[in-house]
Design a protein around this ligand. Structure first.
Ligand code: ACO
Length: 196
């Protein structure tokens, strides 16, 4: 379980919160001092979960840090917490998404430029809670909030577990080969105009 030296409950009035570059939970209301305190705590949460995600994927450095989120203008992190766990509650998952301008191959091998393609950038559920449906819950909340469909998501360097997850929950199996690290599925280009 991912616990902190502080009580996470005030930051999680609901199990799933969204965080963007201001490093505050989307639900947050408070004065300047409270904002400062909340951003410090959120940074610690994001850095810790980002590090755990990197370790579990065997990456040498994290894809997700509070600093990177602060500098971004189109990334959102969804965090899942269990406020009943332990004394201070625990944060159990992280999902980072954003949009990317990508040059991609379509099904026929033609290059297409896709602007602001929905992208899955980092995804992690704590080892003690994997395979219990929490990933699905976090991912589904993200899809609803962003108004994205799974088929239209590009996935940055997915792990075997994530490929299994997308196949199981969303029937995504037929990959369109790319030259970059992104994985797309057949149907991604339906309704996308060819690049000129
Ligand atoms: N081995 C193989 N497949 C797995 C595993 C595992 N250890 N764990 C989850 N899955 C896949 C399977 O398809 C599984 O279905 P099954 O149990 O019937 O085989 C399905 O996910 C389970 O769905 P959920 O319970 O909703 O998923 P979970 O809460 O475990 O979250 C996640 C999925 C985020 C991939 C999680 O397993 C995890 O954090 N893994 C380690 C980190 C990781 O690989 N993250 C993705 C990196 S790539 C990227 O972020 C772009």
């Amino acid at each position: 379980m991912v616990e902190f030296r502080f009580d996470i409950k005030p930051l999680f009035p609901q199990p799933i919160i969204k965080v963007t570059s201001n490093l505050l939970p989307h639900t947050f209301r408070g004065d300047r001092r409270q904002c400062l305190d909340a951003t410090t705590k959120m940074s610690e949460i994001i850095d810790r979960l980002g590090q755990l995600s990197a370790t579990s994927q065997g990456l040498s450095k994290p894809v997700t840090t509070a600093q990177r989120l602060r500098m971004s203008d189109n990334q959102t992190i969804y965090l899942l917490a269990d406020s009943e766990a332990g004394h201070n509650g625990a944060v159990t998952g992280l999902l980072k998404v954003g949009t990317k301008d990508l040059y991609l191959f379509d099904e026929s091998g033609q290059t297409r430029k896709v602007e602001q393609a929905p992208s899955i950038l980092d995804f992690y559920i704590h080892e003690s809670r994997q395979r219990a449906g929490l990933g699905k819950r976090l991912f589904q909340t993200m899809l609803n909030e962003e108004q994205w469909t799974p088929l239209k998501c590009s996935v940055d360097r997915p792990s075997e577990k994530l490929l299994g997850f997308l196949s199981k929950h969303y029937g995504l199996q037929r990959i369109i080969p790319q030259a970059n690290n992104f994985v797309l599925y057949e149907g991604f280009f339906n309704d996308v105009a060819p690049a000129n």
